[in-house]
Design a protein around this ligand. Structure first.
Ligand SMILES: Nc1ncnc2c1ncn2[C@@H]1O[C@H](COP(=O)(O)OP(=O)(O)OP(=O)(O)O)[C@@H](O)[C@H]1O
Length: 259
């Protein structure tokens, strides 16, 4: 850990899965404020299960999850909603709301029972609309948005919630390359400029290598974690897929198909 910087999320010896089956174990990593971290790994290895466990949607099987020096299970749901926001792949039920209304829902943990927005709530909503290029779309219904626009709205809602940790499950699914890069750069900016800790699952390994500060590789064994260059040097990406099919080129940080 860098001197003087406190961990926002500390994971030790974590096992995740279901009563019937352990999906992944031996997961260890720490994340400080201002870090963008990608979680990669092959289909079915447990990325979404990890996200759901960290988000408190399903119980861990073993080990420790500490959020800002307190065990995750110790948080009341009201306190947790001020420290942790989650953006899942499922489409929101509230797509009949306008962009601005959906983003305003991010302020729910802070508003009174009437949902009255204070000046500070409104400022946070404006800043979120601005950061995710949504000012012109603010009155558009969410069901009238493209996948890329809707993804920006969902992340903007998480920004409005103003939590120290933001978890996202595959935020780049269904997006073209330009919009994948756009959303990841916006997440990077949010992490670096606003000192948020952001963890997201992805199949975009090459983009994660270029844009993330840290990567967790779920590999069903040791689950290596570190900064992308370090993981490349240690040849962890070389072992991700069967080498007769695809090979990792450490010089370019990209995968080549064996023809
Ligand atoms: N409710 C459940 N009960 C039992 N097993 C489950 C349940 N949900 C998922 N699984 C299993 O857990 C394993 C991990 O699934 P998970 O969705 O976490 O993987 P993933 O890495 O996110 O996959 P993908 O990249 O395909 O999205 C899979 O084998 C899946 O079949």
């Amino acid at each position: 850990m860098a001197k003087g910087k406190k961990n926002i999320l500390s994971i030790a010896d974590l096992s995740i899965g279901y009563a019937s089956k352990t999906i992944a174990q031996n997961i260890n990593f720490d994340l400080e404020a201002g870090i963008l971290c990608g979680v990669v790994g092959i289909n079915g290895i447990g990325k979404s299960t990890l996200l759901r466990t960290l988000g408190g949607f399903q119980p861990k099987l073993d080990g420790n999850i500490r959020l800002k020096d307190q065990n995750l299970e110790k948080y009341t749901s009201s306190d947790l909603s001020k420290e942790l926001s989650v953006v899942l792949t499922e489409q929101p039920a509230s797509k009949n709301l306008t962009v601005q209304e959906l983003i305003a829902l991010g302020r729910q943990p802070y508003t009174n029972w009437l949902g009255t927005l204070t000046k500070q709530d409104k400022q946070q909503i404006e800043a979120s609309l601005d950061a995710f290029l949504l000012k012109d779309l603010r009155h558009r219904k969410c069901h009238q948005l493209s996948d890329g626009q809707l993804q920006r709205v969902l992340v903007a809602r998480a920004m409005a919630q103003d939590t120290s940790l933001i978890l996202l499950d595959e935020p780049t699914t269904h997006l073209d390359l330009y919009h994948k890069v756009q959303i990841l750069k916006m997440l990077q900016e949010l992490a670096h400029d606003k000192q948020k800790t952001i963890l997201f699952t992805t199949h975009e390994i090459e983009l994660a290598i270029q844009l993330c500060d840290r990567i967790l590789i779920l590999d069903g064994k040791d689950n290596p974690f570190g900064d992308p260059c370090q993981l490349i040097e240690q040849k962890h990406f070389d072992r991700l897929f069967p080498s007769e099919m695809v090979q990792f080129d450490a010089k370019t940080g990209s995968f080549k198909v064996n023809k």
